[in-house]
Design a binder for this molecule. Structure first.
Ligand code: SAM
Length: 240
């Protein structure tokens, strides 16, 4: 399994994460399931195991660059799709409780299959739109860390993520080259939702030319009751 030994090597050298043989075995099984489900449903455009290891697994683990430790925290992955970044985090940090949320039920069937096949006891799948979860008793301000990759532009994403975050917790958005422009555009939304920009962390992945960025937002105040607005509103009329 060359691509997984490469993952293991980069996780150690870039992030100081040591993967056990058991965890490497789980990543191997995850790749098998992802490729097999991908024949029946569109889960990922990336189908080379070596590329999956870097662009899905290692990319997810770079969140460790922004979050000093995950043990005993509750994390929600908003718009998780095929489970990224949440699944790799759940594999590597078994004491992290991971909720994987998506508005598309069929993607969650894949995640439930992965959870069972890999014996992951620290994940739950959640079929919901972020706007509905953000107004529900169970999920509003219930998470220490809220993460999202490739879901929406930052002014919209702030309204999807910050209502789910506890005061004292953090929302982290994974972005490409548009990170700085999007963060500037979201300044008003971040403040209105009870957040404060902590910083933008640059991440370099092996084999990729362009850097990636983690936009880290501290939740400093409770989100006003009126946010998130009803489903569809944040994307139709972003707070600007
Ligand atoms: N995060 C994954 C990744 O990076 O591979 C999936 C990205 S995919 C492009 C975006 C996902 O966000 C889709 O699965 C979509 O169903 C979900 N999504 C979009 N808007 C959402 C919302 N308001 N609430 C929950 N999920 C949402």
């Amino acid at each position: 399994m060359t691509h997984l030994s490469t993952l293991s090597k980069h996780a150690a050298s870039l992030l100081g994460i040591t993967l056990s043989d058991e965890q490497i075995g789980k990543f191997k099984r995850l790749t098998e399931l992802l490729l097999s489900w991908n024949e029946r449903m569109n889960l990922t455009a990336i189908t080379e195991p070596a590329e999956i290891a870097i662009k899905h697994y290692l990319d997810a683990l770079t969140l460790a660059q922004a979050v000093p430790q995950f043990d005993d925290l509750r994390l929600i992955d908003v718009g998780t799709g095929a489970g990224f970044p949440g699944l790799p985090l759940a594999i590597v940090f078994p004491r992290l409780q991971v909720a994987l949320m998506d508005s598309t039920a069929k993607k969650l069937r894949f995640i439930d299959d992965v959870a069972q096949s890999l014996g992951l006891e620290n994940i739950t799948s959640l079929h919901s739109r972020a706007e509905d979860a953000g107004q529900s008793k169970r999920h509003r301000e219930a998470y220490d860390i809220v993460v999202a990759r490739a879901v929406a532009r930052m002014p919209v994403l702030a309204e999807y993520t910050l209502p789910l975050c506890k005061v004292g917790g953090q929302a982290v958005a994974m972005k490409g080259m548009s990170a700085f422009e999007e963060t500037a555009a979201a300044a008003k939304a971040i403040t209105a939702l009870g957040g404060e920009l902590f910083g933008i962390e640059e991440v370099m992945l092996p084999t990729l030319d362009n850097p990636r960025y983690l936009i880290v937002i501290d939740k400093i105040k409770p989100t006003p009751r009126r946010y998130p607005r009803k489903a569809g509103m944040p994307s139709r009329q972003p707070i600007v």
